[in-house]
Design a protein. Structure first.
Length: 495
């Protein structure tokens, strides 16, 4: 039997500056078996999991188009139509089932639920009888259309995300069993009407999210339960379906699926106050970080979270670190400054503005005077637990040293998900007392094992943990914590 594999992966921050155009997806535009295998075979990614699982189940692989882009602003309408049409059009209609790699929080002008629309078109292309399985990020904004048009939805169980490979293997296994007629996946979706910030979605540390995951894992021990997906949602996408969601998939037991989904919905609502999060004002946060005796101390600048679609050039923290009392490392995106440093050369004096060039929300440019220590083309492969083997490209990269401050300036936005983003330029994290990360949580896969302390800073930005800063216009209301304690939310089932 044959499985068609396709994918479209983007986390859309509708508050981020600018539109995301088609060009943003060109760096990861992979088509056909040969290209797919060359790029992803042996990697601990969703794509790598699909390859290994299909091979292990003695199924035939039929790769269509997979494409994705770094999280960013709203996708342009024309780009979205081209992406959806290209991905759907690449499905091998002779396949017995389709596996789709999705994020779950992609939004575009005219398409507030890109994944739901893509799955609708896949269903239209292959017909009602062939099964569709999809994987989703833990930050998916799961919609009724996703449940309606897919037979199987399997979300990541971890944040930071270290189980993309395993969830793909699980989804392909369930897809194969469905194709063979051994199971009849039956889905129920429940949403409690809640927005929570990424900082409170940690799945491997004690807290409300872990408690929800633990209950989900216990439900999965029930023989009739095929999968329980807990999604924290993505609060920086102003779309109707944003927020926490639960999908329970059983083997032809609708009552059980509905009961378990509703139980998780009510449990999340009971935990709602435990999801509150607050950061320190920038000056207080820096002072606290410097006072801690032993480093490295991770200074978390979550409002400029690259993995959440932020521009990666915010300067609200950098401006207070120009003359730090202890060794400090900052990674920031500035295409102009990176190019200037490359033009100057190693050991040259750099005197120019860095950061603050995307918009005023994320701060003004900061003048830096220092020495260019390293120049690099920006290409490396992940060696840490997040997407091991995945290629990364920071673009032109320069290391500028200004006294006790070291700045890694990159041409492209680079999430700090892997230690390679500093190891590749010859730096060691444990040589610094403070490391500023433009991330909410996923930095832990790069620095979690060596961090001596963590301090979170409250600065303006399109990924601020203070959701009251944003002007939402499209959410289903009421929704917590923006509204009163009246519970909103929805439930939907699909047999």
């Amino acid at each position: 039997m044959k499985i068609a594999v396709i994918g479209l992966f983007h986390e859309t921050n509708t508050f981020a500056p600018g539109l995301t155009e088609l060009e943003a997806f060109r760096a990861e535009w992979v088509t056909g078996n040969e290209d797919f295998l060359r790029r992803y075979c042996g990697t601990r990614t969703s794509m790598g999991g699909a390859i290994d699982s299909i091979d292990g189940e003695n199924l035939e692989l039929a790769c269509g188009l997979y494409t994705g882009a770094t999280p960013s602003g709203m996708v342009a309408a024309e780009a979205a139509e081209r992406l959806i049409a290209s991905v759907v059009g690449s499905v091998d209609t002779t396949a017995d089932g389709v596996f789709v790699i999705l994020h779950g929080a992609m939004a575009a002008v005219g398409f507030p639920d890109v994944e739901g629309e893509l799955l609708r078109r896949v269903r239209e292309r292959i017909g009602a009888e062939k099964p569709i399985a999809a994987t989703l990020d833990l930050h998916a904004n799961i919609s009724p259309d996703m449940v309606r048009f897919a037979n199987i939805l399997v979300g990541f169980d971890t944040y930071p995300h270290i189980d993309a490979y395993e969830r793909a293997v699980e989804a392909v296994r369930l897809l194969g069993q469905t194709m063979e007629g051994h199971i009849t996946p039956t889905l129920a979706l429940a949403k409690p009407g809640m927005l929570i910030v990424p900082q409170k979605m940690l799945t491997q540390e004690e807290g409300p999210m872990k408690a929800l995951m633990d209950r989900a894992f216990a439900m999965e021990l029930e023989p009739k339960v095929l999968n329980v997906t807990v999604s924290g949602g993505f609060p920086y996408s102003d779309v109707p379906e944003a927020g926490v969601a639960f999908v329970v998939t059983t083997d032809h037991d609708l009552a059980l699926a509905k009961s378990y989904a509703e139980e998780l919905k009510q449990l999340a609502w009971a935990y709602r106050e435990r999801f509150a999060h607050a950061d320190l004002p920038v000056e207080a946060a820096i002072a606290q970080a410097m006072e801690i005796a032993e480093g490295p101390v991770i200074l978390v600048e979550g409002s400029d979270n690259v993995g959440g679609g932020a521009p990666a050039d915010a300067t609200h923290t950098l401006v207070h670190l120009i003359h730090p009392p202890k060794k400090t490392l900052v990674v920031i995106r500035d295409e102009e400054a990176a190019a200037a440093a490359h033009n100057l050369g190693v050991d040259a004096v750099f005197d120019g503005n860095i950061g603050g060039k995307s918009d005023r929300l994320h701060g003004e440019p900061v003048r830096i005077q220092g020495i260019v220590r390293t120049l690099f083309d920006g290409k490396y492969s992940h060696t840490g637990p997040y997407m091991t083997g995945q290629r990364a490209d920071m673009g032109k990269t320069a290391v500028i040293e200004a006294g006790l401050l070291t700045i890694v300036v990159t041409e492209k936005r680079t999430p700090p998900w892997d230690p390679g983003h500093i190891l590749s330029v010859g730096l060691r994290a444990d040589d610094y007392h403070v490391i500023v990360v433009k991330s909410a949580v996923a930095w832990k896969t790069a620095f979690g094992s060596i961090a001596k302390a963590v301090v979170s800073v409250d600065t303006p930005g399109c990924c601020s943990a203070n959701l009251s800063h944003f002007r939402y216009q499209h959410l289903h209301r009421p929704i917590f914590p923006l509204d009163s304690s009246t519970q909103g939310g929805t439930s939907y089932v699909h047999l």
